[in-house]
Design a protein around this ligand. Structure first.
Ligand code: CMC
Length: 370
């Protein structure tokens, strides 16, 4: 038995949800480029859950259900008020999602129908949790969902208390489309491992949030913004990147386990970053990002991944840095729950082996002889 570090190249399951083939990402066979240009996030969530694009009435029905389920139990809001000052936003989300199960009468109903209803509830409530957390920590009252509109619009509304403009809604919606699913990424694998024990969907999504939090996965978008802020101005880019590469340190937002010729999602976010920068009259973060990309690509051969330009996109939208990874979770909740439903459909316990590297044999030594 020989271990493969990081399970690189191991095919661990079959899935009909999304694919990465020859560097192209598809959701249910539809290229991400087409979806990014034409679909709204709710259509994509429907596609991931049900395996086909919704008709107009199916989409309206899904939006109605999402809006009807977006409110949080009061007990969960009260709990968020008790989180200590300085709580990490992903830790807050992980805790609140775990709590939501306590107030869902169907939490342990394992029927397919109940699991789909819970997937929709989770998708509807995760944005509300993040917006409530962001307001409560600033001493502000949480804002109830509008009850109409899409997830991108509602999230921005619940965060700020103001009707967001069309440009902001469309930009966030596109970012949600781009992050919705990504084959067997670390957080999706975590979700599938958890529910393959026949544990419930809340446990699966809670595991996934824990996995997404790390800087090698979803946490990279926040780390990119921290890097841009640390660099400060475009004049400092060259020295910063050279130093990092000389010290063999990682530059966040670059590289990928699967894509070696570039992440197909990055170009959409790069374009958005420029467009938003121009609209707001400040392309500083975009200009710095382009310079970093040029250097890292030419000196190290690494291309930006989905997290690199999302940092400047979200910052230009006025979103606080520590909400970037929770926003990733809003989107990926659709993929996680689709994978959980697929896992239940054809389940087998996921239980790989380990290559043992400890002592060959050892004997027990009684405590008084050690
Ligand atoms: N900066 C500098 N060097 C890098 C980077 C980077 N971002 N990524 C990989 N390398 C180098 C690495 O040092 C190693 O070099 P060498 O062979 O000389 O030791 C080589 O490339 C292979 O790297 P690895 O870490 O073994 O590759 P991996 O497949 O295990 O890791 C990764 C993939 C995404 C974790 C890694 O590229 C990384 O840490 N990137 C930065 C974090 C990041 O942006 N994560 C987001 C991933 S994409 C979306 C998501 O999941 O959220």
């Amino acid at each position: 038995m020989t271990a493969t570090k990081g399970l690189e190249g191991i095919v661990a399951t079959t899935s009909s949800i999304s694919s990465i083939i020859d560097g192209e990402l598809t959701y249910r066979g539809i290229n991400i480029d087409e979806l990014a240009e034409q679909a709204m996030f709710e259509e994509v969530a429907y596609l991931l859950w049900y395996g086909k694009l919704p008709t107009k009435s199916e989409l309206e029905e899904l939006k109605r259900e999402l809006n009807a389920n977006a409110s949080l139990p009061d007990a969960v809001i009260q709990q968020i008020k008790l989180y200590p000052q300085g709580t990490n936003s992903m830790a807050a989300l992980r805790t609140a999602v775990s709590s939501l199960a306590l107030y869902d009468g169907e939490a342990n109903d394992m029927s397919k129908e109940a699991n789909i209803r819970k997937a929709i509830r989770l998708q509807a409530q995760i944005p509300s949790v993040i917006a409530a957390f962001a307001r409560i920590r600033e001493g502000k009252a949480p804002i109830a969902p509008k009850g109409s509109g899409g997830i991108a619009e509602n999230f921005l509304y619940m965060l700020t208390g103001e009707q967001p403009d069309k440009v902001a809604i469309e930009a966030l919606d596109k970012a949600l489309v781009l992050h919705a699913d990504h084959e067997l990424n670390a957080s999706t694998f975590a979700a599938r491992v958890t529910v393959a024990t026949l544990s419930d969907i809340y446990s699966g999504v809670t595991s996934a949030i824990g996995a997404l939090k790390g800087p090698l996965h979803g946490g990279a978008n926040e780390a990119v913004m921290a890097m841009l802020e640390e660099i400060g101005t475009i004049d400092n880019v060259e020295a910063y990147v050279s130093r990092k590469l000389e010290n063999k340190e990682k530059l966040m937002g670059f590289g990928h386990r699967v894509y070696k010729n570039g992440d197909p999602r990055a170009k959409h976010l790069q374009k958005m970053s420029l467009e938003l920068g121009k609209l707001t009259g400040d392309t500083k973060w975009y200009d710095m990002s382009i310079k970093i990309e040029d250097m890292v690509t030419s000196l190290k051969g690494l291309k930006p991944n989905v997290d690199f330009y999302s940092a400047s996109v979200y910052t230009t939208l006025g979103i606080p840095r520590d909400l970037f990874t929770p926003i990733f979770a809003i989107s990926r909740a659709s993929g996680w729950t689709a994978h959980i439903l697929e896992q239940y459909e054809n389940n087998r316990l996921i239980r790989p082996r380990a290559e043992y590297t400890g002592p060959a044999t050892a004997s027990y030594v009684p405590l008084d002889k050690r």
